[in-house]
Design a protein around this ligand. Structure first.
Ligand SMILES: Cc1cc2nc3c(=O)[nH]c(=O)nc-3n(C[C@H](O)[C@H](O)[C@H](O)COP(=O)(O)O)c2cc1C
Length: 406
């Protein structure tokens, strides 16, 4: 049996029995509508939304139109597999789950669901520091998970958090650096979303009109685990998720600079990744200062509106850093063909955000396994039609860029 078939079988097992709600979900795009139907309006809006006029959000999708594949035929692709090596580990696919905050608000035990299902499928998953479940609980459920931190611009608080992350057993730390200030997300204001959530009649109404979420996620969480808090922004517990008066502490994130990074590099012995880089200059700096890898990202269009799609700078960054250096990427990836375009341009790993969040909200671990399965199959089919057996065989000459003259 080919490795390819074994992978598919493993994933199918992870899928358990397909619930009815997933039967007409044929690609990652299809999860969005079901999540919109299931989640209260402010929570769906928080996940789906982006900053200001959605320029970056839209660019994250249109950029894929600029690339077309050149195929090769009669190459015997019967031995194909999509496994990749990263930081000394072998993963089943060149895609993983991006860190997303507040997963436990849209899905019961959302962070555990995502991390655990990703580990069962042997793909990378990154837990967000803006999460409502203690990082120790996720590390216990899925020890291979990477941890993403938002750091305060204050050395003593940074080091205390790093100690906690290390004690929990995380080996790969991702530092997100594209949030010096909170973004302008007008859509959150319009839909009534804030952190903490402010109790209001409108919020109650939003909950009452989504009963399966109300009982399956909200009440179930409160009954079993009490009021969720921001557990992992610092070494100690943060604000509750629901409060009329408490404010979240964003502790001088605008102070964070490369000097802090230098200290973090000296202190953190595991793999260290910087997420949110969007220039060749910063990519070079990250490598020189000892980052083990970078994630090119515009945060799914949720930070600086108008920031470029990371796909547009990927070729220059790979050229500057060399093809052996782990350049990873996210923002707007929805199809196996999107993943393969980035891999052909030199990305070592592609992260996907919103669709996995929706998949968890729609059907928990079975939903996430289904999403992984769909993307895995798209990558597999497209590799066969491209004429390659491994991700290593993909290279820029297999793409035509719309602006190129040939
Ligand atoms: C609901 C949501 C929450 C997010 N929270 C975080 C976070 O806590 N930390 C972080 O580094 N990125 C966060 N991101 C950004 C993602 O990690 C990722 O960069 C982005 O979602 C990728 O774009 P995509 O959703 O189009 O795939 C979040 C994204 C979403 C959609």
């Amino acid at each position: 049996m080919s490795e390819n078939k074994q992978d598919a079988q493993g994933l199918a097992m992870a899928c358990k029995k397909m619930p009815k709600i997933l039967e007409d979900i044929l690609c990652l795009h299809d999860f969005e509508l079901k999540a919109r139907q299931k989640l209260p309006r402010p929570i769906f809006g928080y996940i789906a939304g982006a900053a200001e006029d959605n320029m970056s959000l839209d660019d994250n999708r249109t950029v894929f139109q600029d690339y077309r594949f050149i195929t090769q035929v009669l190459t015997d692709v019967s031995q194909r597999h999509q496994k990749i090596e990263l930081f000394g580990k072998t993963y089943n696919s060149p895609f993983g789950i991006a860190p997303m905050g507040l997963n436990a608000l849209s899905t019961y035990r959302g962070d555990v669901v995502l991390a655990h299902t990703a580990q069962a499928a042997n793909i990378v998953s990154i837990m967000s520091g803006s999460s409502l479940i203690p990082l120790e609980a996720v590390a216990k459920a899925a020890p291979n998970t990477w941890f993403q931190a938002y750091l305060p611009g204050d050395t003593s608080r940074i080091l205390a958090l790093l100690d906690r992350i290390k004690s929990a057993g995380y080996q790969t730390l991702v530092i997100t650096v594209d949030i010096p200030v909170s973004a302008n997300r007008e859509n959150n204001v319009r839909s009534g979303f804030s952190t903490p959530l402010r109790p209001s009649l409108r919020l109650v109404w939003d909950g009452l009109t989504r009963l399966s979420w109300l009982f399956g996620t909200f009440f179930r969480t409160f009954m079993k685990h009490g009021m969720p808090h921001f557990e992992n922004s610092f070494a100690t517990r943060g604000a509750p998720i629901l409060s009329a008066h408490v404010d979240r502490d964003f502790s001088a994130r605008d102070h964070l600079n490369w000097e802090h990074f230098k200290q973090i590099r000296q202190y953190w012995q595991g793999q260290l990744v910087i997420k949110g880089i969007l220039s060749v200059k910063d990519a070079r700096l990250a490598k020189e200062m000892g980052a083990d890898g970078i994630i090119l990202s515009n945060h799914g269009g949720r930070q600086l509106d108008g920031a470029t799609s990371p796909m547009r700078i990927l070729p220059d960054v790979v050229q500057a850093l060399g093809t052996d250096y782990p350049v990873m990427i996210d923002s707007g990836f929805r199809r196996g063909s999107d993943v393969l375009k980035a891999v052909a341009l030199g990305a070592k790993m592609v992260f996907v955000g919103r669709p996995f969040n929706y998949a968890a909200a729609v059907a928990g671990d079975v939903g996430v396994a289904h999403a992984i399965h769909l993307l895995h199959d798209e990558v597999d089919r497209n590799m066969a039609m491209l004429g390659v057996n491994t991700c290593d065989e993909l290279n820029p000459s297999m793409l035509i860029h719309r602006c190129s003259s040939n």
